[in-house]
Design a binder for this molecule. Structure first.
Ligand SMILES: [Zn+2]
Ligand SMILES: [Zn+2]
Length: 275
């Protein structure tokens, strides 16, 4: 288990590894393009080479890419669904150029669409992303916080989407999202129940990355509001629970003012881990 946070790419992706190291990261996450939209800046051979050198120089083991926020595989607009598939595929290809380990994305929101239909088209979109892809960067579905008609806010639904897609995709578990979706991770008993649900649905081995965020929202509050580790409704006990079961990397997506602190807390939590 390595610890890091989401890092800005201001001035270009080649600046990210140094920025990550200065925040105390061992691994980190970034966007490779504006999360709000627009054409992606090209990753040239030179940039890719430089990026890899910077990764080594600043002791960063892995980097992860968050897909842009406008992705929506459950949109009723075919154009939006196609663009979503194209952009996520681009991120996988771009990730492969710089040896990023994973790209994670939020499946989207279905508005008034019938749930079954929404699951089907979401899975179709993901199959479209993966069809013929032979790069090294792997795709992860991120569990949502359960606000409105978002897709993939339960482990049952993620299992269903993965099955329908026909591709063996992994999952990015965001602690704030699952807590807001009603999965207790704070208490020992609640966490045990959550682990049992994960085992019965997607399987524990599917969880390949943790977004380690505390939550300003109470259990089952169905809203996505990150808080600093220990300051929110989950509390440090929840993260101590997580590190015992999940051996993957932990990435904080908290505000800059205290993210350095969050990384420290997560590193310390790791030392409490049972062998
Ligand atoms: Zn996310
Ligand atoms: Zn979130």
């Amino acid at each position: 288990m390595k610890v890091g946070c989401h890092v800005s790419i201001a001035g270009g992706i080649v600046n990210a590894p140094q920025r990550a190291a200065e925040l105390g990261c061992e691994v980190f996450q970034m966007f490779t393009r504006s999360p709000q939209g627009g054409k992606a800046p090209e990753i040239t051979t030179e940039i890719s080479k430089q990026f890899k050198e910077e990764m080594k120089k600043w002791g960063q083991d892995n980097c992860y890419i968050h897909a842009p926020y406008y992705i929506n595989f459950a949109s009723s607009s075919k154009a939006i669904r196609s663009a979503s598939a194209r952009v996520v595929r681009e991120e996988l290809e771009r990730g492969s150029l710089i040896n990023a380990k994973y790209v994670m994305f939020h499946p989207g929101s279905a508005k008034e669409m019938d749930r079954k239909e929404a699951l089907k088209i979401t899975a179709e979109g993901m199959a479209k992303v993966m069809n013929g892809y032979d790069g090294s960067t792997e795709l992860l579905l991120e569990i949502s916080a359960g606000a409105g008609n978002v897709m993939g806010d339960t482990f049952e639904e993620l299992a269903e989407i993965i099955k329908l897609s026909g591709y063996d995709l992994g999952i990015c578990l965001d602690s704030a999202h699952i807590f807001a979706s009603g999965y207790d991770i704070k208490s020992k008993e609640g966490f045990q129940k959550t682990v049992e649900i994960i085992k019965k649905t997607v399987g524990l081995e599917k969880i390949q990355l943790i977004h380690a965020n505390d939550s300003k929202i109470e259990l089952g509050g169905r809203k996505d509001r990150h808080d600093h580790i220990g300051d929110g409704k989950i509390g440090e006990s929840g993260f101590a629970n997580l590190v015992v079961v999940f051996n993957c990397d932990f990435i904080a997506e908290t505000k800059d003012d205290k993210v350095r602190e969050d990384i420290k807390v997560l590193k310390n939590t790791r030392f409490g881990k049972k062998a």
